[in-house]
Design a protein. Structure first.
Length: 216
């Protein structure tokens, strides 16, 4: 159940290799798309109380589901056109002295037709809205000669970093390497042991979304 939660990349890769080597069947509940792609041979989707099985990994499931929905939509639209055509005939000749019998017969046929349901639009997705931010200066964050320790453990030693407007940077490393600490240093939630962490002076307002934001 959510096996990759709170694991660093190195541990996730080890776990994938380990699980691939097992010959035992397994059922995995996960929101990690890459993990599912690498390990799973079937996907069981449960939506609105109905479960469907798709052969292949997660990417194959998405493709199959899209194809199935398109096929169902095409069949639904074709049937709707035919139903409208037949209903128009019934409405037109229901009161006709010469064709009322035929109209009633078609009406009975319409009642017996098994209706094709329109494909569902899928589960509603979450949407985040962030208010527009003013354009910042070129320099967003500058870290100079940063040294930071916890007890006797050195997390950073003489670290230098410049973040400029438009940058999107990922901090990688095993658990406990100091990734979250670096974010707290940048946002001013912690003070460095030595060195400086400076936020840009022009329209730079740091925001921090924690791992367990709901508990923050």
């Amino acid at each position: 159940d959510e096996p990759t939660n709170h694991l660093d990349l190195e541990t996730i890769e080890w776990l994938e290799t380990y699980l691939k080597g097992l010959i035992t069947p397994m059922v995995i509940v996960s929101h990690d798309r890459e993990f599912l792609d690498r390990l799973c041979t079937q996907i069981v989707e449960t939506e609105r109380g109905v479960s469907n099985t798709y052969l292949g990994n997660y990417s194959a499931y998405l493709q199959q589901k899209a194809e199935n929905q398109q096929a169902q939509l095409s069949a639904f639209e074709r049937q709707q056109k035919e139903l409208e055509k037949q209903q128009a005939f019934v409405d037109r000749f229901r009161a006709s002295a010469t064709r009322s019998t035929q109209a009633k017969s078609r009406e009975k046929q319409l009642d017996k037709i098994e209706r094709i349901e329109a494909p569902t639009g899928g589960v509603r997705t979450l949407h985040f809205r962030f208010p527009p931010a003013p354009r910042s200066g070129r320099e967003v964050v500058q870290i100079k000669d940063l040294t930071h320790t916890y007890d006797d453990k050195i997390l950073f030693l003489g670290t230098e970093l410049l973040i400029e407007r438009g940058d999107r940077i990922a901090f990688l490393g095993p658990n406990g390497a100091g990734k979250s600490t670096l974010l707290r240093l940048i946002t001013g939630m912690e003070e460095p042991t030595e060195g400086t962490v400076k936020i840009g002076e022009h329209n730079v307002i740091p925001g921090y979304f924690e791992q367990n934001q709901a508990e923050a």
